[in-house]
Design a protein around this ligand. Structure first.
Ligand code: NAD
Length: 502
């Protein structure tokens, strides 16, 4: 069976109409072999405008459906996802090149956020606030916001959409999804799974959740439309620099989930076996193509010569291979451009005095596939390519002697997504988590930078964009807040003691 026939069979099982993935004119590839597995039809500007109009009409209906009832739709979606987990997970592996366990894990994340959102549908509460005026009550209410445009990246092709969609729907907002042009098939499949939940639910307005296949220009239709109240965009900082100002210029709301340049600090007291395993998974897992991938490591000089040789051995022995035909831990890069970006970064690191271990291309399957051995680069200092995110498995390792200086270096990059410290010293741990510690949206102790759970708010600071998605109170980003003051007295006292007698 070729990957194409495998893909077509999976899409059919998942309920996607054949016309959606054949003869559309936009080729879709699997990074596992680089072969074409489908061709899909990109949305036209007219189709995008029509989708926004349908979503706006759906909003007027959906916002009046009680939130716990909206949660019932998400409960059904969670059920359908459970039933489709094996097939959808495999499709994630085919389209994004993930190992079977990571493909299935991504679908599990979708299920988890559904469970979270169902509970949330009965907890969209505001505060009651003490008022200075007698006979008054002050409170806040949360209302649906409007149409949510979700623009997603290739590396979490379905989970990020589900984080947004499960929350947006219980919050009363329709969703239009513009998936990555590199992963349209998992988007079509997810929509087919959702369609089954919508059918069982029975009462959802037409156009409640839609997908628009295509590239940046289709995303731009959502970004530019005043009828899209919130743009939730996940991808590179380069993309965010374009999208953020455009949404701000029309006073729209944006959740930006952009690039990371995540770091760890390994202290003298660290459990080095644990640190080694966490670093290996964080830096090499998903072939270095997670936004939370560990990219920089600061190792104390007292433990450098113990930890780093062990890490280099792990890099030498890690298995690189076709994730569907082997138990390899490291799969393919998404495409040739990613491989070339990796080689360019390694060349720049060498030029800056770095010693590169690994990083070479590994011949697996046809030459349209790009597999590379993960690279560990010992750097004399944090400079050049170390300051940027290269979306490939490169770990820059640097020696430190002073913890304060290590924290300074840790924070001295543009991105601010995820971070870790490995220590058993209480003072170092608390300092890392304190106001003068890590400046990232995620700061961990004795676990790696990647592999977040849905219960916490997910996102980062600085060039990572400042957005928060998923758990905690991230739902507030999908609603508008109204402060209400109610006067149940017979007087009209003014705030701040102002007198205005007429
Ligand atoms: P990308 O920026 O190339 O594309 C992301 C999405 O943005 C795609 O759907 C693309 O079509 C769209 N897009 C690009 N330019 C646009 C524009 N001008 N207007 C509207 N839409 C536009 O990113 P990618 O290569 O798919 O993904 C990798 C990047 O995403 C990495 O930088 C990674 O760190 C980041 N990422 C961040 C998070 C997070 O939560 N912070 C999660 C996953 C990935």
């Amino acid at each position: 069976m070729t990957l194409r026939t495998d893909t077509e069979a999976l899409l059919a099982t998942l309920g996607v109409d054949r016309s959606a993935f054949t003869g559309g004119g936009m080729a879709s590839f699997s990074p596992i072999t680089g072969e074409e597995i489908a061709d899909v039809a990109p949305a036209t500007a007219e189709e995008a405008a029509a989708a926004i109009a349908r979503a706006s009409a759906a909003f007027r209906v959906w916002r009046m459906v009680p939130a716990p009832k909206r949660g019932e739709l998400i409960r059904l979606f969670g059920e359908e996802l459970r039933a489709a987990k094996a097939e959808l997970g495999r499709l994630v592996s085919i389209e994004a090149g993930k190992s079977p366990s990571e493909g299935a894990g991504e679908v599990q994340e979708m299920i988890d956020i559904c469970d979270f959102a169902v509970g949330l549908s009965r907890q969209l509460y505001g505060l009651t606030i003490a008022t200075e005026r007698p006979g008054h009550r002050m409170m806040e209410t949360w209302h649906p916001l409007g149409v949510v445009g979700v623009i997603s990246a290739f590396n979490f092709p379905v989970a990020v959409w589900s984080w947004n969609t499960a929350l947006a729907l219980v919050c009363g907002d329709p969703v239009i999804w513009k998936p990555s042009e590199k992963t349209p098939l998992t988007a079509l499949a997810s929509m087919a799974v959702l369609a089954r939940a919508l059918k069982r639910f029975g009462e959802a307005p037409e156009g409640l959740v839609q997908v628009l296949i295509g590239g940046a220009e289709v995303g731009a239709a959502l970004v530019d439309s005043p009828d899209v109240a919130l743009v939730s965009a996940t991808g590179s900082t380069r993309m965010g620099r374009i999208v953020g100002p455009k949404v701000a210029a029309r006073f729209g709301r944006a959740i930006l989930e952009l690039g990371g340049n995540n770091a760890g600090i390994v202290c003298p007291s660290a459990d080095l076996d644990m640190a080694l395993r966490a670093v290996a998974f964080g830096a090499m897992g998903t072939a270095g193509q997670r936004c939370t991938t560990l990219r920089r490591l600061f190792v104390h000089e007292d433990v450098y010569d113990t930890l780093v040789p062990g890490l280099i051995r792990a890099y030498d022995s890690v298995t690189v291979g076709n994730p569907l035909e082997s138990s390899a831990l490291v799969g393919p890069l998404i495409d040739g451009a990613a491989y070339r970006a990796m080689q360019a970064a390694l060349a720049a690191a060498r030029a800056a005095g770095g010693t590169v271990h690994g990083g070479e291309r590994v011949a697996i399957g046809p030459d349209t596939a790009f597999y590379a051995r993960p690279a560990l680069v010992e750097m004399p200092e944090q400079t050049g390519p170390v300051l940027e995110e290269t979306f490939a498995p490169i770990l820059y390792v640097m020696k430190y002697s002073d913890f304060d200086a290590a924290i300074e270096a840790h924070n001295a990059v543009g991105a601010g997504l995820s971070s870790s410290v490995f220590t058993t010293d209480l003072r170092e741990m608390e300092l890392f988590l304190s106001a003068r510690g890590s400046d990232c949206g995620i700061a961990n102790v004795n676990i790696g930078t990647s592999g977040a759970e849905i219960g916490g708010a997910f996102g980062g600071e600085k060039e990572t964009g400042g957005g928060r998605e998923s758990g905690s109170d991230a739902w507030k980003g999908y609603m508008r807040r109204a402060t209400n003051t109610i006067n149940y007295s017979r007087d009209l006292p003014l705030a701040q003691g102002v007198v205005f007698d007429i």
